[in-house]
Design a protein around this ligand. Structure first.
Ligand code: SAM
Ligand code: SF4
Length: 458
């Protein structure tokens, strides 16, 4: 019997990327093989995002397209996983009756069994959420043995830089209920994984050749605060966890994301000074530069407090490259409020940022706020913000010109090479270099663009 092929299409954040990897590994263990594309696969999984209305619309239009593919291929299975699945549940089938399986965010670990069920009961929905949900202890085996494959000359797969950089989920869910955000509803209550499980997973990855680990959670700063994460029941803060993970022999680079500034401790800030492998790069979403807006967003910090955190971070780690998330046009945002965001941008001078127009999400508090900002104003504010950020990013990137940076090689061509600095900047080299993905090389930066740098070998 030929094996059924699967294809996973991922939307949204890094948490989803990691979840897709978990589902793929689980399916491989269940006898499926990875296919080349959506149209030809026997099983298509859409791992979805519902953070903004646009993300959800993208999923719906792809599902519409897949309806036609399935008509010509009735044996095909379509599965919707992740945040849209969690949010919509059975309602999804009313709009998309050709979907075979709807899998919520806490149910992805049983994807193989659920697909078997859906073979006999198409339209199966598994979106139950538990209050005291425990992230399964047994993660799929991760023994890619990258170093062995390198020696065997397995270049095709290895040109994918992703094999040397991996995500490790350290917690699920969120208890913060920021007024605009759907995550507490789609990902459930906050729960942290056990320290030993995380250390073990990192160890397996590093032993198989991985050089860089990014620890993932919606608010990593509150790691270990809502459940016991150690064998002896003693507390373990996120900074403690970073120290423990950094002890993994062979781990070259450590990163994490994301942090809510309200929980950023001095201990965590000191980690940037004290842990050599912790990369000097920090994504610290501020969302808005107006106290009134931050209050209505339920962010629980003020602009002054945020700026103080930035000062202290830079004291501990002068090299640190900061980035942020911004929402423009939150309900009730006045021109003056928005000017506060622009002023903050000039004060902090982020290396980069992700900025979004506020989008109403079902069930969130802000969706009931009455004083909505018009689409036209949101668009104008977003453009103003992004063009100033582009200028600042360029100025920031130019600060690297003339400096020597250690980059981890990601892709190698005959006359070119792409790598990444510890500050998370992409560097392009336009010369022949004898190196392979995963190597570290020193390069001198000679040119800066808005989104990347150019360097030459030293
Ligand atoms: N946990 C992170 C934090 O607290 O900053 C944010 C995670 S969220 C998945 C990523 C970003 O999406 C947020 O920082 C926010 O800027 C943006 N976002 C979330 N809900 C949004 C909404 N309703 N409209 C527009 N942007 C939104
Ligand atoms: Fe959403 Fe706020 Fe939780 Fe971040 S901290 S995931 S923005 S509710």
């Amino acid at each position: 019997m030929t094996q059924r092929t699967f294809f996973v299409k991922t939307f949204g954040c890094q948490m989803n990327e990691r979840d897709s990897e978990i589902m793929s590994q689980s399916l491989s263990m269940h006898g499926y093989v990875e296919g080349m594309d959506l149209e030809s696969a026997d099983l298509v999984i859409l791992n979805t995002c519902s953070i903004r209305a646009k993300a959800e619309q993208k999923v719906m239009s792809l599902l519409g397209m897949l309806r036609k593919v399935k008509l010509a291929k009735p044996d095909m299975q379509i599965c919707v996983a992740g945040c849209v699945a969690q949010q919509e549940g059975e309602h999804l089938l009313e709009r998309m009756p050709h979907v075979d399986l709807v899998v919520g965010t806490q149910n992805i670990y049983n994807i193989g069994e659920l697909l078997d069920l859906a073979r006999t009961r198409p339209g199966y929905v598994a979106v139950a959420m538990q209050e005291n949900y425990d992230i399964p202890r047994l993660m799929p085996a991760r023994n890619e043995k990258i170093s062995e494959r390198l020696q065997a000359g397995d270049d095709v797969k290895l040109s994918k830089s992703a094999v040397f950089r991996k995500f490790v989920t350290i917690m699920q869910g969120c208890n913060n209920y920021c007024a605009y955000c759907v995550v507490p509803y789609t990902r459930g209550r906050e729960i942290s994984r056990k320290v030993n499980d995380i250390i073990e997973e990192v160890k397996v990855l590093v032993e198989s050749g991985v050089k860089e680990i990014t620890l993932l959670g919606q608010n990593v700063n509150s790691y270990g605060k809502t459940n016991i994460v150690t064998e002896n029941g003693l507390p373990c803060s996120f900074a403690d966890l970073l120290h423990k993970v950094a002890e993994t022999e062979g781990l070259a680079r450590l990163r994490f994301t994301t942090s809510n500034p309200k929980d950023l401790s001095d201990e965590l800030m000191r980690s940037f000074r004290d842990i050599p492998s912790l990369c000097p790069q920090f994504h610290l979403p501020v969302q808005a530069g107006s106290d009134a807006v931050l209050k209505r967003m339920n962010r629980k910090y003020s602009v002054a407090q945020y700026l103080d955190l930035v000062d202290r971070l830079r004291e501990y780690c002068p090299e640190i490259a900061l980035s942020t998330d911004i929402i423009v046009g939150f309900p009730g945002e006045t021109e003056e409020d928005f000017q506060g965001t622009m002023d903050l941008l000039d004060k902090v001078r982020y290396h980069g940022s992700f900025s979004f127009k506020y989008s109403d999400r079902p069930g969130t508090r802000a969706s009931d706020f009455s004083d909505k900002v018009t689409e036209e104003v949101k668009t104008a504010r977003l453009m103003r913000f992004q063009s100033r950020q582009d200028e600042i990013s360029l100025e920031r990137n130019r600060e690297y010109i003339g400096r020597v940076k250690d980059i981890m090689v990601e892709d190698v061509g005959p006359e070119s090479l792409k790598g990444r600095t510890d500050t998370n900047h992409i560097v392009h080299l336009h010369e022949h270099v004898v190196a392979k993905p995963g190597d570290f090389i020193d390069v001198e930066i000679y040119h800066a663009g808005q989104h990347s740098l150019k360097g030459k070998i030293v």
